[in-house]
Each structure stands twice: as structure tokens, then as C-alpha cells.
Design a protein around this ligand. Structure first.
Ligand SMILES: [Ca+2]
Length: 355
């Protein structure tokens, strides 16, 4: 029997992970956590610092060469119209009034991702608000490093809803092990939208685009946050464009994410084929692969698959090497471009979206 002391001192956060999986599969109150000598791999797998560590079982120099990946595409420039100092009154001009056209990347085999978002050609430019929901276990987990970097970068140029405890703030919210977004992130997001603090989100707050961005565990909960805001009677959705972006969204026993009724556009960037060195291969119920978007015909839903372009390089990474932990890094240029312009250029191929 492995010493409980060593297990607990080594993997407290991971034990929570195991508990929630057990609770989900067995029913709350019936979860049993037991480590024995014939389960050494299980113990190791639940140590988030091991199981989802980019440095384990892969060529870290390739997989996490984050520089080129985050330099690719169109990074948000502090001097751009998205200057962090600019409020809703800023004049972003035509750059932000781009409509929403997903540019099908010919080299990635993407042929059908254009749509008319109905964005006006004139009038005030929407304020950009972004809220990030990180994966399990929390912001300190190595597996979330790429996502944290993406949200940090976005926070330099848009209104980012931050997760704060006292004066310490993070660029993303940790919702694990809950299977819903919860009140904290919902309330913080509403507060960011309610510019004049009258407990309503409407014309008085100005046109706004909210991007709800989630990775892995947080990707599924991002869908829940969209649901909560979609049905919030205090929000006039005519003035609020809601964009849901999920990055390899995953929770056990969840087969897809269905964007709520008031989600105007939904995007997914994920992988469907597990690389041999995937960070989640040894994790419970792993390897993790992002669940699909579930959308009725006619909705603006775009489900992009890095695995479908195995030889196309995304940042520094060929599609075939994009595993669960690499999705945020590989998707970062597209997410950044999406927030900045409302469109993406040469994204990974589309997966057909069905209900
Ligand atoms: Ca208001």
C-alpha cells in the first residue's frame, strides 16, 4: 500500500480530479479512492504535474516552442484600435467592423466556413470583452500553460474578465471540479458587461461582443456560462453579441457542447487523433480529445480539427503533433484574430456540425 502521506503531499489537486471522476461514474457519495502498489501509474497519472506535463513523453522543444506559435497570425498590438486604454467610445474603424467571415484555408482543406454575422457596416464599434475558463486543475497546472499565455495576451488589449482574490488576479477562471460555470464567473462577467452598473446589460452599455473562451474542462463549462448568460433576463441580447470559443473541450461523459440560444457564433478548435506522446494519454479516462460542437442547421457553428491537417504547421507545430495540451497554443493565433477582427484566416479543416 502506497503511503497516503506521500500521495497526498504529491498530488492534492489530482486527488480532486480522481474524486470527481469516481463521483461521476459511481454516484456522489460512493466514490472510493484507493491507491495500491499495483496502481503506480494511476497515482502518477493523477499528479497533474506529471500526467499533463508537456515535458513528459514528448519532444518539448517541438511541442512547446511557444514563440512562433504565439507570434503567428495577427497578434493584438497594444497600439492597435484594441488599445487597452480605449473604452467603448474608442473608434476602431473598419478594422473591427469586419463582419464575421471565416476565411477557409485552402491549404488546410477548409471550404465552407463563411457566414454573414449580420454585423452592421456602420455605427459604433463593439467593445470587446473576453472571459477565459481554464482547464483542470487550475491556472498553476502545467497543462494549462498555453491557455494562460493566450488569455494573458488577450488581456493586454481587450476588456478581460479577471478572476481576483483580493489584489491577486488571474487571466482565467478555474471552475474544476464543478461541471457548471458557477456564480463567481457568471457574476464577474455580468459586471464587466454592465458598464454603467445599473444591473442591466442593454443599449446604455453600448454594443458589446463577449467572447467566452474555455479550454478542456473549462471548455465545457464555457458552454454552461453561455447558457446562463443566454437565459439571464437582465441582458438585452440585441446589444450583446455572444461568441463561444471552446478549445479541446472535455469532461468525462460529455459528448458535445450545444451553444445556447443566444450564442451568435460558436467556434471549436480541437484535435481528434491522439499523438503518441499526448499529455493526457496516461490520465484517467484519457487520452482526452475535444468534444464536438452540436448545432442545428443554419447556426453559425465552426468546428475546426487540427488532426485533419496532419502536415500543416500551426505556429511551430504540425497538425499531427497537436495533442490535448497543445490545442491552446495551436489555436492562439486564430482566437486572437477572431477577437480582433471577427474572422480567421487559414484555420484547420472543418468538421461537419450536426445537432
Ligand atoms: Ca447597464
Amino acid at each position: 500500500m502506497r503511503s497516503e502521506t506521500s500521495v497526498f503531499s504529491h498530488s492534492v489537486g489530482s486527488l480532486v480530479y480522481l474524486a470527481v471522476f469516481s463521483a461521476t461514474s459511481c454516484g456522489v457519495g460512493e466514490a472510493v479512492i484507493e491507491f495500491t502498489d499495483d496502481q503506480p501509474d494511476t497515482v502518477a497519472a493523477f499528479d497533474a504535474g506529471v500526467a499533463l506535463d508537456a515535458g513528459v513523453g514528448r519532444d518539448a522543444s517541438v511541442a512547446f516552442d511557444a514563440g512562433p506559435a504565439f507570434d503567428a497570425g495577427t497578434p493584438v498590438d497594444a497600439g492597435s484600435p484594441f488599445d487597452a486604454g480605449a473604452g467603448p467610445e474608442r473608434d476602431a474603424g473598419a478594422e473591427l467592423d469586419a463582419g464575421v467571415v471565416a476565411d477557409a484555408g485552402a491549404d488546410a482543406g477548409n471550404t465552407s466556413s463563411s457566414f454573414d454575422a449580420g454585423a452592421p457596416d456602420a455605427g459604433p464599434v463593439a467593445r470587446q470583452v473576453v472571459v477565459c475558463l481554464t482547464g483542470a486543475v487550475d491556472q498553476s497546472s502545467p497543462s494549462n500553460a498555453g491557455f494562460t499565455q493566450l488569455c494573458d495576451q488577450l488581456g493586454a488589449s481587450v476588456t478581460l474578465v479577471r478572476s481576483c482574490r483580493g489584489s491577486a488576479c488571474a487571466s482565467s477562471f478555474a471552475t474544476f471540479p464543478a461541471t457548471s460555470a458557477g456564480a463567481t464567473v457568471t457574476d464577474a462577467t455580468f459586471a464587466a458587461l454592465d458598464l454603467n452598473q445599473d444591473q442591466r446589460v442593454n443599449a446604455a452599455d453600448g454594443p458589446t461582443t463577449l467572447t467566452i473562451l474555455g479550454f478542456s474542462w473549462g471548455g465545457v463549462n464555457a458552454g454552461d456560462l453561455a447558457e446562463r448568460l443566454s437565459s439571464d433576463g437582465r441582458i438585452a441580447h440585441a446589444q450583446l453579441r455572444m461568441r463561444l470559443v471552446i478549445l479541446d473541450a472535455y469532461q468525462p461523459f460529455v459528448s458535445g457542447v450545444s451553444p445556447a440560444a443566444n450564442v451568435d457564433e460558436a467556434w471549436s478548435f480541437r484535435h481528434t487523433v491522439t499523438p503518441s506522446s499526448d499529455c493526457s494519454s496516461g490520465a484517467p479516462l484519457g487520452p482526452y480529445r475535444g468534444v464536438r460542437l452540436r448545432c442545428a442547421a443554419g447556426r453559425a457553428c465552426f468546428d475546426h480539427d487540427f488532426s485533419a491537417a496532419p502536415n500543416t504547421t500551426f505556429g511551430a507545430l504540425p497538425g499531427r503533433f497537436v495533442g490535448h495540451c497543445e490545442v491552446p497554443q495551436a489555436a492562439a493565433p486564430f482566437v486572437t484574430q477572431l477577437v480582433r477582427t471577427g474572422s480567421v484566416t487559414a484555420p484547420p479543416p472543418l468538421v461537419a456540425v450536426t445537432p
